[in-house]
Design a protein around this ligand. Structure first.
Ligand code: HEC
Length: 127
């Protein structure tokens, strides 16, 4: 009867091996891929197709994601125009506003309020 000691010992060894392989197998699954910010946020706005096609020629959408929150449409327009003129992005003049509208509505917290503020505050902002 004492020979039955071997059965639980074997079971214990098997359990240790199973646990070990389960733990080492779980580690690679926790790697986070950076693709979510690297792509442009999908949107029905026409600027989405232009931005994902033309703004990712030189860099990923991370650059857009890293801009301060709440940028107005005119601030985005300035950014797009900078890409166009300073860095030579192949963007047509009529596309600048379309892209800026998409960026403001997709990446800014309060695009409408900020856009109104930007256009209204320019003349009456100084006391
Ligand atoms: C011709 C190449 C090119 C294209 C196309 C391009 N960019 Fe850029 N972008 C750059 C370069 C170069 C920088 C500066 C990188 C640095 O400073 O390290 C930059 C930086 C940025 C930044 C970071 C802030 C800044 O001003 O440096 C934002 C936001 C940005 N781009 C948005 C856009 C958007 C939106 C588009 C599409 C309308 C676009 N880019 C298309 C070259 C490009």
């Amino acid at each position: 009867m004492h020979r039955l000691r071997h059965v639980p010992l074997f079971t214990l060894v098997a359990l240790v091996l199973l646990t070990h392989s389960a733990l080492s197998g779980a580690a690679p699954l926790s790697i986070e891929l950076p693709t979510e910010t690297a792509r442009f946020e999908p949107s029905p706005l026409p600027g989405y197709a232009i931005a994902s096609g033309k703004c990712s020629i030189c860099h990923s959408a991370d650059y857009i994601q890293l801009q301060p929150p709440g940028m107005s449409q005119s601030q985005w327009r300035g950014e797009v125009s900078k890409m166009q003129h300073a860095f030579g992005a192949p963007i047509d003049d009529q596309e600048v506003d379309v892209i800026a509208a998409y960026l403001a509505q997709t990446y800014s917290a309060e695009p409408r309020a900020k856009a109104a503020e930007a256009s209204g505050a320019a003349s009456s902002g100084t006391p």
